[in-house]
Design a protein around this ligand. Structure first.
Ligand SMILES: *Cc1c(COP(=O)(O)O)cnc(C)c1O
Length: 378
């Protein structure tokens, strides 16, 4: 039996709700299930407004439009992230300025941001890696001091918190993903949390292809028309129906992921004590969502050998981001001699272990026992 890295899952009424949407003839966006998903997030996260969209990429693109960037404006982003975090802003003509990460959390190093701020800086984009929060106190203080906007990439941080506040609701805007590799899934899917009321009206317009259709549906205007730039960012009701069933079981899903995460941690502590690998670090201010379990190995060579060993025993473990500053596109913004030492070092040594809702105790034990066999400690 193979242990995949990720496995999409169903927990409750997903198929029933999809059937209901079909029977009631609601397939396009902004139907009853879209409204239920948005209301659920607004309540659970205490967000001023949540808009359901078709991906976190879409949420990031709307956020970038809302930041009203001019060509040449600078956006501070980690290099250790998914392409969409940066692409969304590059699409607006902005220049990414890459910030190195902390070696404990793999998150943007809050102590290296201020030195990157110039008169052209407009936005900071913290990415909450593995659902573990960045130091938002420090980031928000810098934003106030330099009059910058903060867009949280909380794609991996749905239902995680920082000092009690839901991730995605601390910055001006927050972006979530419901891609099938995330904690709560709808195939493709995402949401934008709007925490600064100034942005609500324009966000609705951008999401509706640049029209005031949302106002029209609320009866606030008697016809709708083209008023701004925008695109087709809505999620289908089929997506929303699936997602709502998952959100209803959010506590159960998070609890299960925590159990998996803690079991990995317990079983690997002796290996960390023996100096064989390093385990994830969760700062006190962070309540995470068990999104990911990773280990840090001694070198890229050891990592490649362990991946090969896993593969031989039908276990799929995968590394993560190739730092964007070293990618072909990233290089067009970034001088080759400018290094991000922590990003470059850590990204070569990080390995993600299988982690999904249906992962069993015996799966976890098999993964651990293969790690021990690999390091010849049993
Ligand atoms: C998954 C992910 C995204 C993209 O999410 P989509 O919903 O697939 O567009 C963006 N940023 C980060 C950090 C992610 O992990």
């Amino acid at each position: 039996m193979q242990i995949p890295f990720n496995k999409p899952f169903i927990v409750g009424k997903e198929l029933y709700y999809i059937e209901q949407a079909v029977k009631e003839g609601n397939l396009a966006g902004d139907g009853p299930f879209t409204k239920k998903c948005a209301a659920w997030m607004e309540n659970s996260f205490a967000a001023k407004r949540v808009l359901l969209v078709h991906s976190c990429t879409a949420a990031l693109e709307i956020a970038a439009i809302l930041c009203d960037l001019q060509p040449g404006d600078e956006v501070i982003v980690p290099s250790y992230t998914f392409v969409s975090t940066v692409n969304a802003f590059v699409l607006r003509g902005a220049k990414p300025v890459f910030c190195d990460i902390r070696s404990d959390t793999m998150n943007m190093d809050e102590n290296k941001i201020e030195e990157l701020i110039t008169p052209l800086t407009k936005v900071i984009v913290p990415v909450h890696y593995a659902g573990v929060a960045c130091n938002m106190d420090k980031i928000m203080r810098l934003a106030v001091k330099y009059n910058l906007l903060v867009v949280e990439d909380a794609a991996q941080g749905v239902c995680s918190r920082y000092k009690g506040q839901a991730l995605g609701t601390i910055g001006h805007l927050g972006c979530y993903s419901f891609h099938e590799t995330k904690n709560f899934i709808s195939g493709e899917g995402g949401a934008l949390a709007i925490n600064d009321c100034r942005f609500i009206e324009r966000a609705e317009i951008i999401r509706e292809k640049g029209t005031d259709r949302s106002k029209f549906f609320r009866g606030q205007v008697d016809k709708y028309t083209w008023v701004d730039i925008g695109s087709s960012y809505l999620a289908s009701e089929l997506t929303a129906a699936f997602l709502y069933a998952q959100l209803e079981e959010a506590d159960k899903i998070t609890k299960k992921r925590h159990e998996i995460w803690k079991q990995y941690l317990q079983l690997l502590l002796p290996l960390e004590a023996a100096g064989i690998l390093r385990l994830p670090v969760i700062p006190d201010a962070c309540t995470h969502n068990g999104h990911m379990f990773y280990i840090l190995l001694e070198s890229q060579t050891v990592r490649a050998a362990l991946i090969a060993h896993f593969k031989l025993h039908d276990i799929m473990a995968v590394f993560h981001y190739i730092p964007l500053h070293s990618s072909p596109m990233g290089k067009s913004f970034w001088p080759e001699e400018k290094h991000l030492p922590v990003t470059e070092n850590m990204s070569e040594r990080l390995l993600r272990l299988p982690c999904y809702y249906e992962l069993t105790d015996s799966d976890i034990r098999k993964v651990i026992s293969e790690i021990k066999l690999f390091f010849k400690i049993i």
